[in-house]
Design a protein around this ligand. Sequence first.
Ligand SMILES: [Fe+2]
Ligand SMILES: [Fe+2]
Length: 294
Amino acid sequence: MNESKLKERKLKNLLRKTDDSEIASLKGTIISIIEIINDPNSNLNDLKELLQLDPPLTARVFRVANSPYYAAPRPIHEIEQAVVWIGFNALQEIVLTQKYSEILKNCRRVQGFSPETIWKHCLAVALLSKMIMRKEFGLKGNDAYAVGLLHDIGLIVEDQLQYDDFGKVMQEVVDGHQEILTAEMSVLGFDHADVGRMLAEHWNFPHEFVDVIGSHHDPTMGVADDGRIVKVLYVADFLSFEAGFGYGKGTRQDKELFAMVTDELKLEPFALSLITEAMKEEMERIEEKGVFLR
Ligand SMILES: [Fe+2]
Ligand SMILES: [Fe+2]
């Protein structure tokens, strides 16, 4: 069997395993919230319908809405009140973030990787992607937030469903022998961008999401939004490692590719350093006052 056939077969086997896993139990809500985020005509009723189906999620959303982070003047018990105080976009982000944290908290610890490290990484990338879209391109950026949060879903699948092999991958990375993608290829026969792309397709994510998740380590391959969103996510991913929100100590970064991508996007180092500072402040606020991942 040739190499690409073998890779496809291995990926399909893993995908089959996801169908019977905890990960799949979150599929419905994640897909619905992504549709709401991705559809400019979505409204409050869509969000209400979604929350009605998931009372524990609704409770978590209200807990966040009433947390010191949002400093509401009086308790929020209705979605309408939450929209007035927090805003529709932010509320969509909270719903996705809360639901996704249910997947992440089941991650198992291996060298250089834990539920906390991957959680902080995903959140940092989501915030940076959104901030770059907002501050540099004048866009809302909540789709960038969503795809930023989800971009490493392949790593989560590997950790939860191929734990022993994933441990070997991370050991290689932490020991500095191989970079993550090479280590994944040699141990697993595929990498987490392959897994992410396949899962995103299997779950019928919007094309843009499939494209970004599948190309996030190879930003020149992205096509959605003329390749911009993939490049923004690549920049966000790079900056998150630089800012200490990476995983797998010792992971090397491709500085040349980063310079090329920031050049193409016309992103100035000074602007990026300000955005990184803003992300760090936000992460501190979330840690101090938020209620995420609990
Ligand atoms: Fe990645
Ligand atoms: Fe990442």
